[in-house]
Design a protein around this ligand. Structure first.
Ligand code: GLN
Length: 190
């Protein structure tokens, strides 16, 4: 039997521990990533939710932006919420540096202040019974490039998108105990 897949979780800020538990539920080994050296032994990476502007600041301080871009040219990355903002080529409201690995435009905090968090029922392709999705101060994906594919939408906006080896969700699949989105990501790891 093949060994467990070793997946890194960017652990500078945000809800990385919930992703570690979700990866373990999905049968993978989770490794905290804080330095470029930590990327060496991992086969894929999750960038968690949190506050993307803070994450960018920490990534700049740790000189991790280029190593992450380089990693993403070879290996799968799954970004959730703030992580999805980091994967995008184009960030609006307010514009900030990103990795530019997925051809999507995201608008940060797009659901507004009052109604900023909710639980929604999604019907992603190929998922029987649908999926509960937790949104927390989520961005909206405003534009999806030709090479990106929408796997689930909510109220007409894409919320789960893949592009080649990468996956982005504007919700938090690590918070529901349902491992299927993490399993979908693990399938992208050869
Ligand atoms: N609003 C946050 C941002 O702009 C994202 C929120 C989240 O990751 N739950 O980075």
């Amino acid at each position: 039997m093949a060994g467990k897949k070793r997946v890194g979780v960017l652990a500078l800020q945000g809800d990385f521990q919930a992703h570690q538990r979700a990866l373990e539920r999905a049968g993978a080994e989770a490794v905290e990533v804080r330095t470029a050296g930590d990327l060496e032994g991992v086969q894929g990476l999750i960038i968690p939710g949190g506050e993307s502007s803070t994450m960018v600041k920490l990534l700049e301080e740790e000189k991790l932006l280029d190593p992450l871009r380089e990693f993403g040219r070879r290996r799968p990355i799954f970004g959730t919420c703030a992580g999805a903002i980091l994967l995008a080529t184009d960030v609006a409201n307010s514009p900030q540096v990103s990795l530019g690995l997925m051809d999507i435009q995201v608008e940060r905090n797009a659901y507004g202040r009052q109604l900023d968090s909710r639980i929604a029922h999604l019907n992603p392709q190929g998922m029987d019974g649908g999926l509960e999705a937790v949104f927390i101060r989520a961005p909206i994906i405003r534009r999806v490039g030709r090479d990106a594919k929408v796997l689930a939408s909510y109220e007409g906006d894409p919320v789960l998108v893949e592009q080649g080896r990468h996956l982005a969700a504007t919700f938090h699949p690590e918070l529901t105990g349902d491992a299927r989105v993490h399993l979908m990501f693990l399938e992208k790891i050869p």
